[in-house]
Design a protein around this ligand. Sequence first.
Ligand code: FES
Ligand SMILES: [Fe+2]
Length: 344
Amino acid sequence: MIDGLRNLDPALRRAWHPLCRATDATVTPRAFTLLGQNYVVFRSPEGKVRVFVDRCPHRFAPLSLGTCEGASIRCAYHGWAFDQDGVCIEIPALGPDATLPPRAKLEGPAGVYESHAMIFVAPDAPLTSAPTIASANDPSFQRGDLPVIETRASAGLLADNFLDMAHFPFIHAGTFGAGEAREVPNYTVTRTGYTFEAVYEHDFAHREDPGVAAGIRPLIQRRRLTYRYNAPFHLELAIEFLDAGGSNVFGFFIVPVDDENVRIYSSLWRNDLDGSKERMDEAIKFEMAVVDEDLSLQSRFEVLTLPLNIIEEVHTRADKITVELRRVLSDLVTAARESAGQAS
Ligand code: FES
Ligand SMILES: [Fe+2]
């Protein structure tokens, strides 16, 4: 029986996680933590991203303090150099013609993948599919990044919160939740492997629509919300304004950093702001206020565990989507444990 998911559950090593933004990977090595492990990230002059465990095999110095030399990285401590595959190619203390120890090799994650301006890492062979955001490749969308957030929280509980539809009029009373309907409309959840999608439509007050002020459209309009989830912590909400037109896509990518902390990367993709930077900055400010409302509660959960045993909590039909989250994560944990059992 699986009771719950904590940030450092070993099963999470078998999935893709964002490590950093694509712009964080440059010729200057940097360290980022994922699942309690520091990784060094850098980009070769040709643009290839390299990720290794941030530990030199010699005396375990952090490689992120080293320097890039073309596609190679040189450790800051004794100058050992490692090629793009992490193989040691030079040990200065041994002179030019030395035979290098075969174990002088950097440890890499099982997978590295760049998509929608993020660098993703799978520490061990991934069971989940690599995440994508369709709007990120659509030139009609402009992207805006929220500041990176680091906070005490459970990645599982935050994913639950992102998908939850019943908290808007309460937690978000200070932003968009004021006046939102309390009743959650009926909706369907469609699962595919370790992903799912939920769609529903409802009426809402479209205060941002200039057509309302101009008297072209009524304030109360129809919108469609599509939640897309990709295990373990990759979340997307696409809002389509069915009367005024345009879409607003919100991506929320949670990194389990250690047992009690997460890092959150979130981005907006919008095709309804006429390319305006000022309007995007406004939208980012508003989303930050919304996320702050969520985090003020999420950071204060006493137990940072997402229950996966369905009978532990009380669920209603309004919680269909977050029940599905528990099922998917439970299946992932089971699959990872079974494959670990077969391997041992
Ligand atoms: S610790 Fe890296 S070269 Fe010695
Ligand atoms: Fe929320």
